[in-house]
Every structure is written in structure tokens, then in C-alpha cells.
Write a protein that binds this ligand. Structure first.
Ligand code: SF4
Ligand code: FE
Length: 516
């Protein structure tokens, strides 16, 4: 099968029958549900751009398994160039949608599993890698969207998985048969879950031997019996039902459309199981996946920052202040912060490396630094966007008021800017800034791909403080500085002694001259 278009992706979802709940109701048709429509449209863009000649260089790739042209979201990175193109693709998608396009989580799960199943087999003699490659070929050939499902419910955070009063707080193996495994538990806050074809579940944390049953990685179709999806609420989500400009971004919505995925006695055949008890590899898998996903944020969020910078400039212009020095200064701030994050993500890719599996990984330290910067800078550039937009973004009347036969024109007149600008366009742009800078996108920038504390743990672990101590020790002479000794042709001690003697002699000479 060839790569799907955006429309074909939407149609492909109609063939699935996932068990989805929202606002206390069972949703029978995911595609027709207006609350889900913006998320589906956004994910569809990941399909559509693969057919756009302008973007195909970054949105498509050649499968190393089949040699076929595939959507990049199903590709395993074969080079630094692939890592760079991934980030470029994410910026373009952020620019086109202004929100989270969801498909990266499954993409990162595929890449993490590819490398870790190889490592597991090499160390433990298991046979996961070939099994995973068959699954990957199926995903690539059918151009499927996978929801990467990592975060467990976790209950009491001070307890390990096997110590929890309710074992379902972490996804776990309840039963093993010769045909496969049965799992129970849940994955929480999972981006794009209701509109994915497949769910790829991974462990959420480092695990010990007693947590063996929690060390499970697998893939299940989204409509597998026993999978129940509960769609989350978002700030201002009911505005979506209006379908008006009040929504801010009625076509693409805001953030990824997260869901709780409950696994109730779900049977998974062995050919879809990629870890079943190998607890030693839970931590490397988590770290690899998290690194890939954290490196993305200087791509997708910066694409969205381009949109918010554009709307801020547009609004300033519409109100006649585009050339005011404080506006230029603020717009410059947004661009500088966004490009700093962009540079971080690019650096993750350019400093990447080949893993034993042949797949390429980003630089993990830089990936965590990238995401940590995002947890701060998105708030900062959205703060500046709010500043430029002014108080209007939180006090606008609804579109319904503007349509009122008697009041509409009267109200609109008071929200006008320059005489030649349509006031409805001004309101649209203000609502877009509201959607992006006041909505759920902010905490998503904080907690998506892991909270700041998780990044700091990784940064501390990879901060190479021993090496940095050595640097300080070498400069202070606590440690021998061989390069310096070669420069001066003697030991550091002798050099400094002779320097002091010279200085003393010089002091004596100067003193004598003064006394004379
Ligand atoms: Fe992709 Fe960014 Fe959304 Fe994560 S937050 S799924 S990287 S668009
Ligand atoms: Fe995210």
C-alpha cells in the first residue's frame, strides 16, 4: 500500500471501532465526533504533507527494510541527515497547524524499540528484534499512526510498581500462554490515542527484578477487545462545539487530544510483544524514547512559535503599532527565544550517533536540555504574545454577539483597529493568540515528554561533573597540565617559580627607580 493522503487517513479511521468515552458517553463514530475533529485534522496533516512536493524531502524517507518510499513518521533514522530532517519536518508541521500533530510519540516509540530490541537480543539471546522488524514493516507498508503509550497511572509515587496496592496502576503481564500474554493496567495522558491505528505501550520507569511483570512492551490495534479510551477535557474545549472563531483554531484545535487508555484483560500475541520481563532494559528503553521525544520540542513548538509571532506582528500592524520600538523589541524577543530552542533541537540531531542496531540516536544530554528550555521559553514567548495582544484576548465578546442583527455592527465597531482592516479578522487573530497562549498548550510544554524534574535527573546524570572537575583541577594545578608544560618547556611548578622570581626582580628594579 502506498502512503495515505490526509483524506485517506481520515477514511481509514472509519474502519476501526475503538471503545471511546467522553463526557460520560460512549462515542460511536470517532471521525464524526466534533470534539475530536480538530485533532484528526491535525494528525491528517502528517499524511497530507507527505504528498506535498514542497515538503516531501523532509516528510518522506526510504525504508531501510523494503526500499519503499514511506512516510517519515514510520521511518527508522539511518543517518544524522534523517535526524535533522525529522526536526525540520516537525517545525513545518507546527507552522501548518499551530498545535500538536501527535504522530511523533509513536514514531519515537518505533525508533526506541528498534534499537532496544537489538540490544536485548545481543545481551540476553532473545528474539525480539526480528519480530519487531516484521511489525515495523507492517506499519510502514500500511502507513499507520501509532500512539506511543508510556506513562502509567503510578498511584503512590513513593512505591515501586510491585508494591502498589492496585497492580493495575502500572501496565503489567497478568498471564503468559504459548500464544501470547494477557495484560492489565492503563496508560495515561496519551497523545493522539483515539485517532491512532495502533497503540505501542512501553514501560514508564526503571524496574527491578521484582517488577519483572511490569517490564512489558507491546503493540495492539486501537480497537482490540479490552482497550478502553477515555478522552480528556481541555481548557475551553466546549468552544469547539460552536465551530466559530471563538475556538481560536477551529481547524486544528489545541494540543494533542490526550486520552487515558485502559487495558482490561487484553490478549497480545507473541508476535506483537517486544519485551516481557526483561526488566534490565526498561530504563534504557525509557531513556532512549524520552531522548528522542524531548529532542522534538525545539521543532514542533518552534513551528507553533512562528505562528504566534506572525499573529502578534499582524495584530500590532492592524492596530497601527507595528513600528513602535517596544513592539519590535517584543517580537524580536519571541524570535530569539524560538530560534534558541530550534538551535537546541538541531544540535541534538547533528550531535547524534549510530547505535549498535544501525539506527541513529540523538544526543541525549542536549535532548534533555532542549526540553528543559522549552518548559520555560514557551511560557515566556507566549507571555510576550499576550503582552502584544493586549487585554482584548481575554475580554472579547462571542462571535454570536457580533452576528446579532441589531447589536453586531455596534459591538464590532468598538474592537476595530486601523480603518482598512476588517474587524472580524482582528477578532480571529486575537482568538488564535488566546488559543495558543492561554490554553492547554502551556502545561503541555511543561509536562509533555516528561516534567522538568525528569529532564534534570537526566541532565545531572549526563552532566559529566567528573570531567568538569578535572578541567578545574588542571587549570588550578591540582592536576598535571601536560599541554601547558609542553608550551613552556618545563613543569608548571618550575614555570610559576621562575615567573615569580622574575616578578620579584622587576619589583626590586621598579622600587629602586622610585627611591632614586
Ligand atoms: Fe509531536 Fe510535539 Fe506533539 Fe510531542 S508535543 S507529539 S513532539 S507535536
Ligand atoms: Fe507532547
Amino acid at each position: 500500500m502506498s502512503m495515505m493522503t490526509g483524506k485517506e487517513y481520515r477514511e481509514s479511521l472509519r474502519k476501526l471501532k475503538p471503545e471511546v468515552y467522553f463526557m460520560g458517553e460512549k462515542i460511536t463514530d470517532v471521525v464524526e465526533e466534533p470534539m475530536f475533529a480538530p485533532h484528526i485534522n491535525t494528525a491528517a496533516m502528517t499524511y497530507e504533507l507527505a504528498h506535498d512536493p514542497l515538503h516531501q524531502e523532509v516528510t518522506t524517507a526510504t525504508s531501510h527494510l523494503t526500499g519503499n518510499k514511506i512516510n517519515r513518521f514510520t521511518h527508522i533514522h539511518q543517518s544524522i541527515d534523517d535526524l535533522v530532517k525529522k526536526i525540520r519536518m516537525m517545525r513545518v508541521l507546527g507552522q501548518k497547524t499551530g498545535t500538536c500533530f501527535q504522530r511523533c510519540v509513536g514514531y519515537d516509540a518505533l525508533n526506541a524499540l528498534y534499537a532496544i530490541t537489538y540490544d536485548m537480543d545481543a545481551k540476553l539471546g532473545t528474539e525480539y528484534h526480528e519480530r519487531f522488524k516484521k511489525f515495523l514493516t507492517y506499519i510502514q507498508e500500511n502507513d499507520l499512526m501509532s500512539a506511543g503509550a508510556m506513562t502509567d497511572a503510578r498511584g503512590d509515587r513513593s512505591l515501586r510498581p510491585h508494591q502498589q496496592a492496585n497492580p493495575d496502576l502500572y501496565l503489567h503481564i497478568s498471564e503468559r500462554t504459548d500464544k501470547g500474554i494477557v495484560v492489565n493496567g492503563a496508560k495515561a495522558h496519551i497523545t493522539g490515542a483515539i485517532n491512532s491505528h495502533e497503540i505501542i505501550a512501553l514501560p514508564t520507569r526503571a524496574l527491578g527484578e521484582e517488577d519483572r511483570d511490569f517490564a512489558v512492551a507491546l503493540a495492539v490495534p486501537v480497537d482490540e477487545p479490552g482497550i478502553k479510551l477515555v478522552f480528556a477535557r481541555q481548557t475551553n474545549d466546549m468552544r469547539r462545539l460552536d465551530g466559530t472563531l471563538d475556538t481560536g483554531n477551529p481547524k486544528y484545535g489545541s494540543i494533542g487530544g490526550e486520552a487515558l487508555i485502559i487495558f482490561k484483560d487484553v490478549f497480545v500475541p507473541w508476535e506483537r510483544v517486544f519485551m516481557a520481563g526483561e526488566y534490565q532494559f526498561a530504563a534504557p528503553l525509557v531513556e532512549l524514547f524520552a531522548g528522542h521525544h524531548r529532542s522534538n520540542y525545539g521543532g514542533c513548538k518552534v513551528g507553533a512559535a512562528d505562528v504566534v509571532a506572525g499573529s502578534s506582528h499582524w495584530l500590532a500592524d492592524a492596530h497601527g503599532i507595528a513600528n513602535a520600538s517596544h513592539i519590535i523589541d517584543k517580537l524580536t524577543e519571541i524570535v530569539a527565544m524560538a530560534e534558541t530552542c530550534w538551535a537546541c533541537s538541531l544540535a541534538c540531531a547533528y550531535e547524534g550517533h549510530k547505535t549498535p542496531s544501525g539506527a541513529y540516536n540523538i544526543n541525549p544530554l542536549l535532548a534533555n536540555v532542549t526540553k528543559l528550555n522549552i518548559t520555560r521559553m514557551v511560557y515566556e514567548w507566549m507571555r510576550v504574545a499576550q503582552d502584544i495582544a493586549g487585554g482584548k484576548i481575554i475580554t472579547l465578546p462571542s462571535e454570536e454577539d457580533l452576528k446579532h442583527p441589531e447589536m453586531g455592527d455596534l459591538i464590532a465597531g468598538f474592537f476595530a483597529g486601523k480603518a482598512n482592516v476588517d474587524v472580524h479578522q482582528i477578532l480571529k487573530m486575537l482568538r488564535l493568540v488566546e488559543n495558543m497562549s492561554v490554553g492547554a498548550g502551556l502545561p503541555e510544554a511543561m509536562h509533555g515528554a516528561g516534567s522538568p524534574a525528569a529532564q534534570k535527573i537526566m541532565i545531572a546524570r549526563r552532566g559529566a561533573f567528573d570531567k568538569k572537575r578535572e578541567l578545574a583541577e588542571t587549570i588550578t594545578g591540582i592536576r598535571r597540565d601536560e599541554a601547558f608544560e609542553r608550551i613552556v618547556g618545563t613543569t608548571e611548578e618550575d614555570y610559576l617559580r621562575s615567573q615569580q622570581e622574575k616578578i620579584k626582580a622587576e619589583e626590586v628594579r621598579i622600587c629602586r627607580r622610585i627611591i632614586k
